[in-house]
Design a binder for this molecule. Structure first.
Ligand code: ZN
Length: 309
């Protein structure tokens, strides 16, 4: 997402100035204003327009991120990412206001997990209508959090929001990492926002808490791969901040298949749970995020299906 040319430009300027000592002093101020994203440590938050789009943005605060879409008739925002940090929400809204003076018309919840959807009250107070999948809304009733306003509208398998000439599809493609997760697809831009269930080069988190059935998750990923899109905005930044591709999704399907097969073999040898957790390795994925910590717990979860629970 960060243009390399913007990072290289100041370095090149410094190199050229060094090669021309006669000019080195006068224009010294020239390289003193490098592009802000070139800083080595990630700043607390960032707002980035998705390359090649007119109006699609990613707001990141620490390790979480959301998509927002700006139209001439209002803004469609997603996940407030404000759990135990209301400043993330006020920053998010301030960042939107830097881009547009249009009102925020919608706030879409990606799925019912607190770290992504807590903190939406300032959006609601600003007039946004909160939309979520019906299964996410049901889960929020079972596990309520004062800092999560209930959805104003719940949907089933599909809803299309059309605002100011932009269409955004909200699609339900089955239970996966949680119940009630929505894929948000911009058909014109061929961009999707998919949170937590399609990590880029990353393992499913720990023992897949809140996953009804890992096989459902795999099936949902196949449906995701079958949709028409080119780039995937994840809910946590991908490696180097890059967006996801279809290959990332099919690679993750491959991970589920390899994990399932390896644990099936181990279960047949009577190794579930503890021996399998120690012995089963999937070196093909050792460079993926969470490999060391989550693989044993992914194995344990897969062992459960061979134990009848
Ligand atoms: Zn989640």
């Amino acid at each position: 997402m960060i243009s390399k040319t913007r990072i290289l430009a100041p370095a090149l300027a410094v190199a050229l100035l060094g090669a021309l000592p006669a000019l080195a002093q006068a224009p010294a101020a020239a390289p003193a204003a490098p592009a802000a994203p070139a800083a080595p440590a990630a700043p607390l938050f960032s707002t980035t327009k998705v390359e090649g789009t007119d109006n699609v943005y990613i707001f990141r605060y620490q390790g979480h991120q959301s998509m927002f879409v700006v139209t001439k008739a209002g803004v469609i925002a997603t996940d407030p990412i404000g759990l135990r940090r209301p400043q993330a929400v006020t920053t998010y809204i301030a960042e939107i206001k830097k881009v547009t003076d249009q009102p925020i018309k919608y706030l879409i919840y990606s799925h019912p997990h607190f770290d992504h959807i807590a903190g939406g009250k300032p959006f609601k107070d600003a007039g946004a209508k909160i939309v979520a999948h019906k299964d996410a809304a049901a889960q929020l009733k079972r596990f309520p959090l004062a800092d999560i306003p209930a959805p104003d509208e719940t949907i089933g398998n599909k809803k299309v929001i059309t605002l100011g000439g932009t269409s955004l599809e909200l699609l339900y493609i089955g239970a996966n990492h949680s119940d009630g997760a929505l894929v948000m697809r911009l058909p014109k831009e061929k961009v999707i926002f998919a949170v937590d269930f399609a990590p880029i080069q990353g393992l499913p988190f720990r023992n897949m808490p809140d996953t009804r059935n890992p096989a459902d998750w795999e099936a949902s990923l196949k449906r995701l791969a079958a949709l028409e899109w080119d780039r995937l905005i994840p809910g946590h930044p991908g490696p180097g901040g890059r967006l996801g591709t279809k290959k990332d999704v099919t690679d993750l399907v491959g991970y589920f298949q390899d994990l399932t097969a390896a644990v099936k073999t181990a279960a047949g040898e009577g190794k579930c749970n503890d021996t399998a957790m120690r012995e089963v390795k999937l070196p093909k994925y050792e460079n993926w995020g969470g490999y060391a910590t989550s693989l044993p717990m992914n194995i344990e979860r897969m062992c459960y299906t061979h134990n009848g629970y």
